[in-house]
Each structure stands twice: as structure tokens, then as C-alpha cells.
Design a protein around this ligand. Structure first.
Ligand code: NAD
Length: 344
């Protein structure tokens, strides 16, 4: 659609982006979305089936590190905004193979924002008006803040100092800093959102919740790192997408917003909850809990993450629609239907 503004979205064949694209296209008809995704092992176009025929949507296979390609996309589609999801995202992979995390998450973010800067700002004065509101929205993680004590009042806020512990979180922290610098140095209109652990439909098999569901239903051991007492703050993926939408449109320039569901759970609680739901939905003679197996802890495993989302709640009126108990039922139903043809 020629009258629409084009937003470049990256990495949307992955988990969060593929939930974001249909939500956003349905809500706004005044945007075209161009999705640049390399289709690594984590990207799957199946995730975007419902959007592939939407006239306001276009997919381009390619690497965010490819400067010529990114420049071509900006010029060809007159890109006026960026929402940047693409990343290597799995902590375990970053421990085995950190190089690709630095390449995609650091160099890739640099390439994107540098091309955006030149396209929007490095222009003769007469063009400036057009790109005045062009915004670069960087999607990041709460893992950049490191780990918390078990004291409940201890939470990550936007002013918590960065202290990343894994190669994954270090690469995300670096990319956040690059985005910050493009605002501080060049005055670019940037925003960053740092979100807690997401769960929901379309998450890659490698992540905790799909791994639990898959192993349980196959009757395989359900692996839990260490003593299972590490705490994560879980957010239903659509609530994350709604937070991104609010920040992209209404967040203050140069600001960071934390997004978290106020749903702290130990990993063991997560497994137990999923097993209890499966015991009701797909009963077996013995409980799925019998399959729980403790395995050697992840190296450098952060003990606890918890997000204080007050800024997003108070400034922009965001609130999670799902709590963990409602979101996990929706998630399990989705996996049962998709992979096991079991209807709720
Ligand atoms: P994902 O791994 O499911 O998807 C990543 C996508 O990026 C894939 O489609 C992949 O093909 C694409 N990609 C990877 N390298 C690329 C490259 N060089 N060029 C172009 N595309 C490339 O990740 P996700 O869980 O959807 O996470 C999306 C973003 O949100 C990431 O930036 C991640 O750091 C952040 N985040 C995720 C969570 C979470 O719980 N999943 C929480 C907080 C923040």
C-alpha cells in the first residue's frame, strides 16, 4: 500500500516477532511491515502463515549484518521506523558458540541503526521534516541487568546498572549501549524495551516450556537444571507485544521501559504446574511429575530475575492481560492442538 508508512521489523519469523506481526497488522492498517529475517534454525515462516497474504506485509530473507541489503531495503521501501527483534536468543547456545551472538546481536544492531541514522538524518535540510518522527525501537532483555538476590523487594528497574553474565546477555547489553550512543551522540529517536522471559504459542522447541511439554507427552525425562530453584519472571508473549506497541507509539524518546508480568516462578514450579495441567488434559496412569529429572546446572546460571514494570504501567497505562495461570493454559492448548491434534 503506497500511502502507508513502512516499518522495518527484523527477526519476525522467530517466536516474539511472529506473534507481533499479526497483532500489529490487524490493529493498524496504516503501516506496511517489511520483515527482514535470515531464517536461522530459530526462524520458521510457518509461524507467519496467517500474515503472508496480507497486502501490508512483505518478507525478505536476509542478514541484518548485510549493510548493502539493509541500505537497499531502506531506500526501496522508504523505511520510516524500525522495530528490531532479530537476535541469537538462546543462552545455552551462547555458552557453546558465543561468536555468532556477537556477530548478530552486536554487529547486526550496529549495521541496522547506522543505516537508519544515515537514511533518516544525514540528509539535506528539506528532507529532515519527513523523518523527524522516525523511531528505532530495540527489543532487549532483562538479562542485561545480571542476577538478583532472593529478597522480594529486590527488582530490576530502568536504572539498575548493567551486569550481564552470559555471552547472550553481554551481547544484548552491548547492543543496548550502541542504541543509547546513537541517541546521545546523534540525537536519534530511539527507545529500548527490556523484557522478562516470554512464553506462549510459536516458541522454539529448545526453550524451557516447549521442552517440558514435549518431553512430558513423549514420556521422556523432563530435564531441570540444578535444584530447579532458579526464579524467572514470566510474561505471556502477547502482553509483551502490546507493551512494544505502546512504547513504539507513545514511549518517550531516548527512554528505556522494562516489561515484566509480575509472575515470578521457580523452574520447578513451572514444571509442576505444566504437569498438573497435562495430568488433567491428557491423563496417564502415573503423573507426568514422575518424569522430572534434575540435570547438571547451566554454567553461570543467574539465580533470579524480576522486573519492576511500574514505569510502563504508570506512564503508558500498560497492564498484562494474562497471569501465569491463565497464560500457561492457553500455551499448553496451543501446543496440544498444533503438535498432537488434541482440541481443548
Ligand atoms: P527467536 O530466537 O525465536 O527468533 C529470532 C529470529 O531472528 C529468528 O527468526 C531468526 O531467524 C532471526 N535472526 C537471527 N539472526 C539473524 C540475522 N543475522 N539476520 C536476520 N535475522 C536473524 O527469538 P525471540 O525469542 O523471538 O526473541 C526476539 C527478541 O526478543 C530478541 O532480540 C531477544 O533477545 C528478545 N527477548 C526475548 C525474550 C524471550 O523470552 N524469548 C525475552 C526478552 C527479550
Amino acid at each position: 500500500n503506497n500511502k502507508n508508512k513502512t516499518i522495518l521489523v527484523t527477526g519476525c519469523a522467530g517466536f516474539i516477532g511472529s506473534n507481533f506481526v499479526p497483532y500489529f497488522l490487524e490493529k493498524y492498517t496504516q503501516y506496511n511491515l517489511v520483515n527482514l529475517d535470515l531464517l536461522t534454525y530459530a526462524g520458521n515462516l510457518e509461524n507467519l502463515k496467517e500474515s503472508e497474504n496480507n497486502l501490508n506485509y512483505k518478507f525478505i530473507k536476509g542478514d541484518i549484518c548485510n549493510k548493502e541489503l539493509v541500505e537497499f531495503i531502506f531506500a526501496e521501501y522508504d523505511v520510516q521506523g524500525v522495530i528490531h527483534f532479530a537476535a541469537e536468543s538462546h543462552v545455552d547456545n551462547s555458552i557453546k558458540n558465543p561468536g555468532v551472538f556477537v556477530q548478530t546481536n552486536v554487529n547486526g544492531t550496529f549495521t541496522l541503526i547506522d543505516v537508519a541514522y544515515k537514511y533518516w538524518m544525514d540528509k539535506p535540510f528539506t528532507y529532515k521534516e519527513k523523518y523527524n518522527n522516525s523511531r528505532f525501537h530495540h527489543i532487549s532483555t532483562d538479562e542485561v541487568y545480571g542476577t538478583l538476590s532472593l529478597k522480594l523487594e529486590d527488582m530490576f528497574t530502568e536504572s539498575t546498572p548493567y551486569a550481564p553474565n552470559s555471552p547472550y546477555s553481554a551481547s544484548k547489553a552491548s547492543s543496548d549501549m550502541i542504541v543509547r550512543a546513537y541517541n546521545e551522540t546523534y540525537g536519534m529517536n530511539t527507545v529500548i524495551t527490556n523484557c522478562s522471559n516470554n512464553y506462549g504459542p510459536k516458541q522454539h522447541d529448545e526453550k524451557l516450556i516447549p521442552t517440558i511439554i514435549r518431553n512430558a507427552l513423549k514420556g521422556n525425562p523432563i530435564p531441570i537444571y540444578g535444584d530447579g530453584k532458579n526464579i524467572r519472571d514470566w510474561l505471556y508473549v502477547l502482553d509483551h507485544c502490546k507493551g512494544i506497541d505502546l512504547v513504539y507509539h507513545n514511549g518517550k524518546k531516548a527512554n528505556t521501559y522494562n516489561i515484566g508480568g509480575r509472575n515470578e516462578r521457580t523452574n520447578l514450579e513451572i514444571v509442576n504446574t505444566i504437569c498438573e495441567i497435562l495430568d488433567k488434559r491428557v491423563p496417564k496412569i502415573t503423573s507426568y511429575k514422575d518424569l522430572i529429572t534434575f540435570v547438571e546446572d547451566r554454567a553461570g546460571h543467574d539465580k533470579r530475575y524480576a522486573i519492576d514494570a511500574s514505569k510502563l504501567e504508570n506512564e503508558l497505562g500498560w497492564k498484562a492481560d494474562e497471569n501465569f495461570d491463565s497464560g500457561i493454559v492457553k500455551t499448553i492448548d496451543w501446543y496440544l492442538k498444533k503438535y498432537y491434534s488434541i482440541e481443548s
